[in-house]
Design a protein around this ligand. Sequence first.
Ligand code: FES
Ligand code: MG
Length: 591
Amino acid sequence: MAGSDQTKKSFKLRSQRWFDDPEDPGMTALYVERFLNFGMTRGELQSGKPIIGIAQTGSDIAPCNRHHLALADRIKAGIRDAGGIPLEFPIHPIQETGKRPTAALDRNLAYLSLVEVLHGYPIDGVVLTTGCDKTTPACLMGAATVNIPAIVFSGGPMLDGHYGGRLTGSGTIVWEARKMLAEGKLDYNGFMELVASSSTSVGHCNTMGTALSMNSLAEALGMSLPGCAAIPGPYRERGQMAHATGMRIVQMVQENLRPSDIMTRQAFENAIVAASALGASTNCPPHIIAIARHMGVELKIEDWDRLGHDIPLLVDCQPAGRFLGEAFHRAGGVPAVMRELLFAGKIHGDVLTVTGRTMAANVEALPEPDREVIRAYTTPLRAHAGFAILSGNIFDSAVMKISVIDEKFRQRFLSNPPGVFEGKVVVFEGPEDYHDRIEDPSLGIDERTVLVIRNSGPVGYPGSAEVVNMQPPAALIKAGIDSLPTMGDGRQSGTSASPSILNVSPESVVGGGLALLKSGDPIRIDLNTRKADVLIPAEELAARRAAWKKPDLPNKTPWEEIQRSMVGQLGTGGCLEPATAYLNILEKRGE
Ligand code: FES
Ligand code: MG
């Protein structure tokens, strides 16, 4: 290494390697001078105060996070008040509902962009502004790889939506409104109005979709200040939390408190347990596994079933329950859930958090939550509410969200014998094929059909599409069958209440068994044994495999090609595989 021990000692903060290196005045002058051009002074930059980055995810094309542009002022005030110097910078925007072909393609791109900024610029610690679905995992993955002091600042959910005297939740109302449109209960304008009623204010989705789930799990991991995740975007507490977060990151730099001190194996286990209690999104397993892998923590998809399945549902939030973000926040938010899990002995209380204290110390003195929204562990909304992880003769792993299986679905599809469904598959080649053919009566879709969608995974789509929660044909919906079992190598929106079998890994285009299915094949799904098998002879499957040809996948952008060449499967986090080898990269440079 170039620097001797003496050089190392003379540098308290890594930013001073840029701004105050007496051994290299030429480079120091170069680094300092350009920061002066907007009014910074040499005195500030050479003061030895921590330089705190603010990773800005908000922009006009990322409306779920857009209010971070204003909230950054309060973060900066907090940083200044605690004796730090803020530098705000953008990372690649991700907007879940607006990006084609899919926002999931961009999680790994935003991750890469954040790693490059944190690694290559004079930043001692970072505030990660999170919100919309993939912004949270992208930020945490980047912070994990670089491993500099980092803290999550969530944007918070939108205010609750209302329409016709009832609550309307982001995304969840879209699935419902689509069925009403198909049934002829709504016209186009009525449909648009009903959906718009859920978009009330600045903030991200107000249901326990992927955004609120992932921000809640960031807090459960110990990466944000207690209570941060659920404060609605427009509430005054949101600005106050921004200030407190800005202050705290400066102290974290002074304490050298890093992601690796917080995001330990135990912390990830806590996140899995919390996900069940929250009724969290099916997108959480791949995101949490990806963060763990970039942190160097081995977390397997099976851990979700082993650690999470038996945990009950405590939070009464849509889509698994009734309420939305405001009620969840007022009831006590994530700290109340962690307190409940701590007292039930289900989480590790001794893990360190960004407060510098343990999770137990953060939550154990809290008052009882509002029991209408956050239940006691002993009187939950639903027992055994975690994910089931399935495998079988056509895939290694798939995720099923048990907390959204309602009584009607259980009775209709999973009662005879209990937990088992046998039927025939109808296979679609992707979302476009599904939309083209779903109303075709010759497919013979009935109550014993499993709708299967393939070519929708991280390589196939690419990024992996949120398409598995396919709606039955309109005629079936009108006849009262408003959902069917579905299966696919894509994902589904965290706001969907559909008990689909999704994230099937490996996906079809890399040779996964879904590629071998033909419409009409019989299938048996057994939730008791966690098995999903196509009931055709092994020789027939082998013959189909021998005849299978890898499809030609045209790329529309350079990034699509790069992602496709490096991305892994959803069961292992959908990471850029070569990137997972870069652990703790600053330590290797002695920083
Ligand atoms: Fe951005 Fe749901 S679409 S948070
Ligand atoms: Mg989504």
